[in-house]
Design a protein around this ligand. Structure first.
Ligand SMILES: [Zn+2]
Length: 272
């Protein structure tokens, strides 16, 4: 049970990933550093293909996703010996922003420079910029500023470098909130992506969301789909107002676990 004392701040994350490193067939590495020098960790459970990636903690106030990702990684680690293929879990892509939100209570989504990581990926970045300007967002701040150029931020590059190196066959980004699953990025999207979105939605009691065309771009799943023409998903976990209280995790986690189990793949990445 999470309490106020173990909110998923940076020291909590470090302790959690180091604990996971002790399991067989689990490898922990830092794939980059944040602006303030915090490690961006990836926990890989299992070996080889198929290769999946689950990433969380893109937005500071969404630290409930960090706790959920760490818990799922721990559950996978416990069965890792019997897992076929591999699942990489990046529990906190934006450790500085998470630290700001967790320790100060500030309403903060961006990284330490005030750039929103999920507006910083190179997928219709100019279109996203136009929407930011229309919304009056023209400089760094707590949310929705996409940076000076695509991939200008070390946190964004840590993830894109990892994907270019590892060639995941599909990825999932955990955000909060809304109990919705996004799967589409226009023409680049393989036709099979919707089907898995529907299966995940059914497993968790979430809705498949179809965004307005104008709402597309800048995010990790958008970039992954356009770069690799493979499936990428955004799962908006929980229901309420960010930051969701960590006490919501106990009730919400079983839904998230069901969704992640479908994503990981009960057929081709089964526990053997
Ligand atoms: Zn988010």
């Amino acid at each position: 049970m999470l309490s106020i004392e173990n909110k998923p701040d940076y020291s909590y994350q470090v302790r959690a990933v180091k604990r996971l490193a002790g399991y067989p067939r689990v490898a922990v590495s830092a794939v980059g550093k944040s602006l303030c020098g915090r490690c961006i960790y990836v926990v890989r459970i299992g070996h080889g293909e198929p290769r999946r990636l689950i990433a969380a903690g893109f937005h500071g106030m969404e630290y409930i996703t960090v706790a959920a990702a760490l818990r799922y990684a721990a559950e996978l680690a416990a069965v890792g010996k019997r897992l076929r293929g591999s699942v990489a879990v990046a529990p906190c892509v934006n450790p500085d922003g998470t630290q700001i939100a967790v320790t100060t209570g500030k309403r903060w989504q961006a990284n330490a420079r005030g750039v929103d990581i999920n507006h910083n990926f190179d997928a219709n970045w100019q279109g996203v910029r136009q929407r930011e300007i229309a919304a009056g967002i023209t400089s760094p701040g707590p949310t929705r500023f996409g940076g000076s150029s695509p991939e200008s931020e070390p946190e964004t590059r840590a993830l894109t470098d990892l994907c270019r190196r590892v060639r995941f066959d599909r990825v999932l980004a955990l955000h909060s909130q809304g109990r919705e699953i996004y799967w589409d990025f226009g023409k680049c999207t393989p036709p099979c992506c919707r089907e898995l979105a529907e299966k995940m939605a059914e497993a968790g009691g979430y809705a498949v969301a179809t965004p307005e065309p104008m709402a597309l771009g800048g995010g990790f799943k958008d970039w992954f789909i356009s770069e690799f023409h493979r499936c990428g998903y955004t799962v908006e976990m929980g229901l309420g107002k960010n930051p969701l209280p960590l006490s919501d995790l106990e009730a919400e986690y079983p839904r998230v676990r069901n969704i992640l189990n479908v994503f990981v793949g009960e057929n081709d990445l089964r526990i053997i």
